[in-house]
Design a protein around this ligand. Structure first.
Ligand code: TNX
Length: 517
C-alpha cells in the first residue's frame, strides 16, 4: 500500500478532514483502518446541501438509509434516499452536477475481493461502488470518517479511495456473561465495531456467572441463572425478541453475529439452572467469583447430550449466519478423553444445524470437521495442536491475548482490567502480524483477527468502551490493512478522539499519541 497520501499542502482547505471547530488535520486523511490506496485530490470538497440525495438500487437500500442518516446528522438537515428502478440503473447514473451520493454495484477500478470498494468525492458528488453490500458497508465507514462538520454544514473532501481488506474475519468478542450489557448498549458496541470495518460481533453469552440468552427449549436457564453477575452485581438477559432485534441491527451494519455458548467448561450457570446436568442430581450454587476452570459437563450424566443438542439447535435457529461458537476453553476439570468426547458432542450438535463450528484453541485437541474455526488466544500453551488442526483443514482466528484481549490493562495501575497476559498499550495492540505470529502455520490458514473484551472487572458500557478505545481501532487496522505502520497509525488515529468525544464515548488517552480533540 502506501501510506495514505494527501496531495494538497497541510492546512489547505479541502485537504484533510477538519475537526468540528475547523482546525485542519495535518499530513494525511485520518482513515483507520488504512486503505489500500487513497489520494486527496486537492480540489473543492463535496458539500451536503438542500439538494443532496442518496441514490441506490433496491439491493443497497439498507446501506443507503445509513448513509442518508450519517449525512443528515453531520449537516443538520434531512437527506433523502431515492431508489433507482434496479441495481444497474444506479451504476449508470452519471457523475456530477446533481449533488448526488450514489451507491452502486460496479467492478470498475475495484481492487480484488468480495468486500472491495471504491469511493470518489468531489464538488459534484460522491460515488461509492462495490461488488457486494458488504463492500458498500466498508465504503460507508470510510465516508463517515471523511465527513466533517463545520460552519453549519458538512463536507467530504475531494478524494479517491480504492480499498479491500486483508482478512475476511474481523471481529470483536464481547463477554456479556461476567457482566451483562443491555441490548441498547451492545448496539453501541456494534456501531463502534462497524465504524472500524469489523464484520463479526461475537457474543460470549454464557459462563459460570450467568446465562444471558433465553432459549425456547430450556427457559429455566435464564429464569434461574441470569439474575446475577460477578461481585454480586445485577445481571440480565436477552429475550428472543431482544436477540432478534440485535442480530438484525448488527446485520444492517454489516456485522454477522456469532453466538457463543461456552461448553464443556465455564458452565456453572447451566449447572445451577438445570439440576439434571449434575451427577448428584442437585443444582450447584450460583457463582459470582472470577475463578475459571472449576465447572464442567459430564458425558456420564444422561441429560448432557440432549442439553447440548437442544441449546445449540436453539441458538442456531435464533441466529442467522454461518457460524456458532462452542467455547471449549479452560475445562480444567476434564481429562483429555472426556474433554474430547464432550467437544465431539457439541461439534455434532452444531453440525446438525448446518452451521460451522468455532471454538477456542483448546478444541484443536479434538477431531474437528474441515473448515472449523479455531480461535487462538493462549500464547503460553503449546501451539502444536492448533498447527495440526490447521493441517487437517481448520482455519485459525487470531486473538493472541497479549495483543487483542482488550480487558488487559494498558499500563500498570490502570483502574480497570487485568494483566495476566501482560500490559497491552496501543502500540502492542497494533504492532504484530497475524500471518507470522504462529511459526509453522501456513499464512493462508489464517481466517482473520478478533479482539475480545472480558468483563470480570468491567461493569458498565463506559467501562467497556474505555478499554476498547483506542485499541480496538489498532486491532481493526491489523485485521483490515495489508501494510501497517505505527507512525502512520498514530498520526491517523489522533483526530478520532474528537469524534469519540462528540459521541460521548469513553476512551483511554494513551500517551503514545498526540490526541487532537
Ligand atoms: C481467559 S479467553 C478466558 C476468559 C477470561 C479471560 C480474561 C478464554 C477463552 N478464556 O474466560 O475471561 O481470559 O482475560
Amino acid at each position: 500500500m502506501g501510506r495514505v497520501q494527501a496531495a494538497a499542502p497541510r492546512g489547505a482547505g479541502g485537504c484533510g478532514p477538519t475537526t468540528q471547530d475547523g482546525g485542519a488535520v495535518p499530513d494525511a486523511l485520518p482513515l483507520v483502518p488504512a486503505p489500500l490506496r487513497a489520494r486527496a485530490l486537492g480540489g473543492p470538497p463535496f458539500t451536503v446541501g438542500p439538494a443532496t440525495q442518496v441514490l441506490a438500487g433496491p439491493s443497497a437500500q439498507g446501506v443507503a438509509a445509513l448513509v442518508a442518516t450519517a449525512l443528515g446528522e453531520a449537516a443538520g438537515r434531512d437527506v433523502g434516499v431515492r431508489e433507482a428502478p434496479d441495481d444497474a440503473a444506479a451504476s449508470r447514473e452519471p457523475e456530477g452536477g446533481r449533488a448526488l451520493v450514489v451507491l452502486a454495484f460496479d467492478d470498475d477500478g475495484l481492487p480484488a475481493g468480495e468486500e472491495a470498494y471504491r469511493l470518489t468525492a468531489g464538488p459534484d458528488g460522491v460515488r461509492l461502488t462495490a461488488r457486494t453490500v458488504a463492500g458498500l458497508h466498508a465504503a460507508t465507514a470510510t465516508l463517515r470518517q471523511l465527513l466533517t462538520t463545520g460552519g453549519g454544514t458538512a463536507t467530504v473532501p475531494a478524494v479517491e479511495v480504492a480499498d479491500a481488506p486483508r482478512y475476511a474475519w474481523r471481529g470483536l468478542s464481547v463477554d456479556v456473561a461476567r457482566h451483562f450489557l443491555p441490548a441498547a448498549e451492545l448496539r453501541r458496541v456494534a456501531d463502534l465495531a462497524a465504524a472500524y470495518k469489523l464484520n463479526v460481533l461475537h457474543v460470549h453469552l454464557t459462563d459460570d456467572q450467568g446465562w444471558r440468552l433465553a432459549l425456547p427449549s430450556r427457559p429455566q436457564l435464564v429464569e434461574r441463572s441470569s439474575g446475577g453477575a460477578v461481585g454480586g452485581d445485577p445481571g440480565g438477559c436477552y429475550t428472543a425478541e431482544d436477540w432478534a432485534a440485535l442480530v438484525a441491527y448488527a446485520g444492517d451494519r454489516g456485522l454477522a453475529v456469532v453466538p457463543e455458548l461456552d461448553v464443556p467448561g465455564h458452565v456453572n450457570a447451566a449447572l445451577h439452572a438445570l439440576p439434571e446436568l449434575n451427577a448428584s442430581g442437585a443444582a450447584v450454587p450460583e457463582c459470582t467469583g472470577v475463578e475459571v476452570g472449576f465447572s464442567a459437563l459430564r458425558t456420564s450424566v444422561p441429560a448432557t447430550g440432549a442439553f447440548l443438542a437442544g441449546v445449540f439447535a436453539d441458538v442456531a435457529a435464533m441466529t442467522p449466519g454461518r457460524y456458532v461458537h462452542i467455547g471449549g476453553d479452560e475445562a480444567h476439570q476434564l481429562g483429555e478423553p472426556e474433554y474430547t468426547r464432550l467437544v465431539g458432542v457439541a461439534v455434532d450438535a452444531v453440525a446438525a444445524t448446518g452451521r460451522t463450528v468455532v471454538g477456542w484453541q483448546e478444541i484443536a485437541a479434538a477431531p474437528l470437521p474441515a473448515g472449523t474455526v479455531v480461535q487462538y488466544w493462549q500464547e503460553r500453551s503449546d501451539p502444536g495442536p492448533v498447527l495440526a488442526a490447521a493441517r487437517d483443514g481448520a482455519r485459525v482466528l487470531m486473538s493472541p491475548a497479549s495483543r487483542t484481549y482488550l480487558d488487559m490493562q494498558p499500563v500498570p495501575g490502570y483502574p480497570l482490567g487485568q494483566h495476566w497476559a501482560g500490559y497491552t498499550e496501543l502500540r502492542d495492540a497494533y504492532e504484530w502480524d497475524p500471518a507470522t505470529l504462529l511459526a509453522g502455520l501456513e499464512p493462508g490458514a489464517v481466517i482473520g483477527v478478533e479482539a475480545a473484551v472480558w468483563t470480570e472487572t468491567l461493569r458498565t458500557f463506559d467501562e467497556v468502551c474505555g478499554m476498547l478505545l483506542p485499541r480496538l481501532a489498532a486491532v481493526a487496522e491489523v485485521a483490515w490493512s495489508a501494510d501497517t505502520d505505527w507512525d502512520s497509525f498514530r498520526g491517523r488515529i489522533a483526530p478520532h478522539a474528537a469524534a469519540w468525544d462528540r459521541l460521548g464515548l469513553a476512551w483511554y488517552a494513551s500517551p503514545q499519541v498526540a490526541w487532537v480533540r
